[in-house]
Design a protein around this ligand. Structure first.
Ligand code: ADP
Length: 259
């Protein structure tokens, strides 16, 4: 399933990069970046040469989540060398502008920034490049899905998001440009109490699976709302690395196996 893209649009392959996977969401704050990070680290644990392209230009999270800071060098004065942590290469607008700089670019500039991060970066040989997409399913995301040679996509939702049909919009967006959707990940699916470990199905259980079936796609995983995920991801020590034997890490590894 990870073969070269079957998508339409003006797509030119990225030399040396075997597969590019988009991690997308209908809106912000649902855990798209957290999932992209842990998924990339899960691919790396499978022995795949992996990179992350942080295409969330307006709110780049990968420097923080991957625990990398610094400025990418350009040894040849043309292409940037990605930064690296945990064996995964990372490129993000967050490396190129100060964290408190507001991004007031218009659509075309965002598109060209993403194309540059895709093509003017020394990714080297990669089995898997994970693209942390900008949140939403508007024109910018559609253009991106069209212009990046995607092998497939994963859509992140929360139980509320599913109810609002945001996942459906994401699915339709990728289908419109002939990019296969590997499935849905339901994030913050249930609550795990940090004190007693009890599971609470705050939004009632099973919604993700039912919706995935209705939409004709797969439910790749259900990730709980858990303090450990938040602390590790915001602290630059993602759970797949810091708690490699935990149920959470296993859940991300299972998702990686299905992609
Ligand atoms: P998005 O990329 O969709 O905007 P993020 O991945 O940045 O979302 O997540 C938003 C916030 O929620 C972050 O602080 C992150 O650590 C936290 N978060 C994401 N997923 C979980 C989870 N399963 N459990 C607890 N906190 C989470």
């Amino acid at each position: 399933r990870r073969g070269q893209s079957s998508g339409g649009g003006q797509q030119i392959a990225v030399p040396g990069v075997k597969a590019i996977i988009a991690v997308a969401s209908g809106k912000g704050g649902v855990g798209k970046s957290t999932t992209a990070t842990n998924l990339a680290l899960a691919f790396a644990r499978q022995g795949l040469k992996t990179g992350i392209l942080d295409a969330d230009i307006y709110g780049p999270s990968q420097p923080r989540m991957m625990g990398v800071t610094g400025r990418p060098e350009s040894p040849d004065g043309k292409r940037l060398r990605p930064l690296e942590n945990f064996g995964v290469k990372v490129m993000s607008m967050g490396f190129l502008v100060a964290e408190d700089t507001p991004m007031i670019w218009r659509g075309p500039m965002v598109q060209s920034a993403i194309q540059q991060m895709l093509r003017d970066v020394e990714w080297g040989e990669l089995d898997m490049l994970v693209v942390d997409m900008p949140p939403g399913t508007g024109d910018a995301q559609l253009t991106l899905a069209q212009q990046v040679p995607l092998s497939g996509s994963v859509i992140i939702t929360t139980p509320q998001d599913i109810a609002l049909l945001d996942a459906k919009k994401g699915l339709n967006m990728f289908r419109k440009v002939d990019v296969p959707v590997f499935g849905i990940v339901e994030n913050m699916s249930y609550f795990l109490c940090p004190h007693c470990g009890e599971r609470s199905d705050i939004f009632s259980a099973g919604g993700g699976r039912r919706e995935a079936e209705k939409l004709g796609t797969e439910l790749l995983g259900e990730i709980p709302l858990d303090m450990v995920i938040r602390e590790t991801s915001d602290g630059g020590q993602p759970v797949v690395i810091s708690h490699p034997d935990s149920d959470h890490a296993k859940a991300y590894l299972r998702i990686a196996e299905h992609v």
